[in-house]
Write a protein that binds this ligand. Sequence first.
Ligand SMILES: [Mn+2]
Length: 257
Amino acid sequence: MNKNNQYKSIFLSDIHLGFNGCQNKKLEHFLNSVSCENLYLVGDIIDFWSMEDKFYWPEGHQRVLKNFDKMFKNGTNVFYISGNHDDPLRDQDLKENLEFKNDDYAEIMAVLSNFNHKERHEFASIKHGKIIVLHGDQYDAVTSNVKWLSKFGGMLYDVLIYINRPLSKYLKNLTKKIVSGASGFQGLVQKECQEGDYQGLICGHNHRPEILRFDSHFYLNTGDWIESCSAIVEENDGTIKLLKIEEDFKINTISEL
Ligand SMILES: [Mn+2]
């Protein structure tokens, strides 16, 4: 396929491979139409939490992973910034436990071992200065402190997503709002930017794609591949865009910086 969309960098998060709500076909279509120098996978790329309950790894999900690997082998720098649902990549004990439990994880882990793994990355943007990239659960008091509660919320969400998408979205937004309110999310982002002298922050985690400008910093969220099917890209002239892949696979620009 003709890779007619060339970007300097692409940021994707919350793909949730291994969870059957993942819209892998749309993602595959998007990946087949783009090329980039840098690919940032901003957490919850693989949903180990979902597979912990019931192992689920269809061919289409492995194909997405293989696609990342192909990009890596063709010279793209691939950075894997772990999220809460891919915590076995943060914690050696969890990782060993997983591999011991199920041989099927071997083919996933084999591909992942090629990439650069970290929890945060300083991204030097072309036009907008230094931007910190992290998954975002670091600011989420509920997720980091009470893992079981967050997992329970996740299970409810998984069920609801099949019954009624808009309702599940509403509930997810509501929970995230409560969580954000409780932890003073925006305040924490501002503090992070001031302390590290960053112009902005790119994250995922709450599944709400957006680009916001505050007095002292930018806030960019990549969205997800369960509902929004969105990505953040940096073009070669430094323009940063939030893209959404529509039902007909058309790529629309939602917002830009
Ligand atoms: Mn997350």
